[in-house]
Write a protein that binds this ligand. Structure first.
Ligand SMILES: [Cu+2]
Length: 197
């Protein structure tokens, strides 16, 4: 029997489809985009969900709700301080007063390896109040997202990186700010993501 005719082959072929821009840094049709909401309609100081698993080659897109939050990469050990790394992601502050009916500010990063990435909001004391999260965190052990959150609550300071950090990172193609439609997200990402605001 031809192996390609066995059950599941159709899905495997779809999974194997390559993005239109191979090796590029823009999300396109067929790319996997994992959405993290930054706060919510109730102004909760949290990310939803606060822990995601994002495979290599996928994108994580942060969508910003009012009033003014940021996403800053940190280490596990220092939850409310920016990580010292050229590959670090930092959205800059994303002020938005009203949740637009059909579009939302977004910050999208490309996942290029499967190491855990830790992040927080650098506004006020949001980090200490639980506005932290993780990408590819271990589900158990010492370094879970819950352990990270508990450590964040004890931090004396919450630090915002210099604005230049976001620009440098965008210039390197690792991340970008955009405005995306809430409905039909996949199409919107393909057409407008990585257009700098
Ligand atoms: Cu915040």
């Amino acid at each position: 029997m031809n192996p390609s005719l066995r059950g599941g082959s159709i899905f495997k072929r779809q999974d194997a489809q390559q993005p239109q821009q191979q090796g590029g840094t823009s999300a396109g049709p067929g790319d996997r985009v994992i959405v993290v909401q930054v706060s919510n309609q109730d102004n909760a100081l949290a990310f939803f969900p606060d822990s995601v698993q994002a495979p290599v080659g996928s994108f994580v897109q942060f969508q910003f709700h009012p009033n003014n939050h940021s996403v800053v990469e940190s280490t596990f050990d220092a939850p409310c301080q920016p990580i010292n790394s050229k590959d670090a992601f930092f959205s800059g502050f994303m002020p938005t007063s009203v949740a637009a009916s059909n579009s939302i500010l977004a910050f999208t990063i490309k996942i290029t390896d499967d190491r855990p990435r830790w992040f927080y909001c650098s506004q006020g004391k949001h980090c200490q109040k639980g506005m932290v999260g993780a990408i590819n965190a271990p589900p158990s052990g010492d370094q879970t997202v819950d352990a990270f959150k508990a450590l964040a609550a004890k931090q004396p300071e919450n630090t915002t990186p210099p604005p230049t950090a976001a620009a440098e990172q965008a210039a390197r193609g690792l991340a970008a700010r955009s405005r995306v439609a809430l409905a039909g997200l996949a199409l919107a990402v393909g057409s407008v993501a990585f257009a700098l605001l």
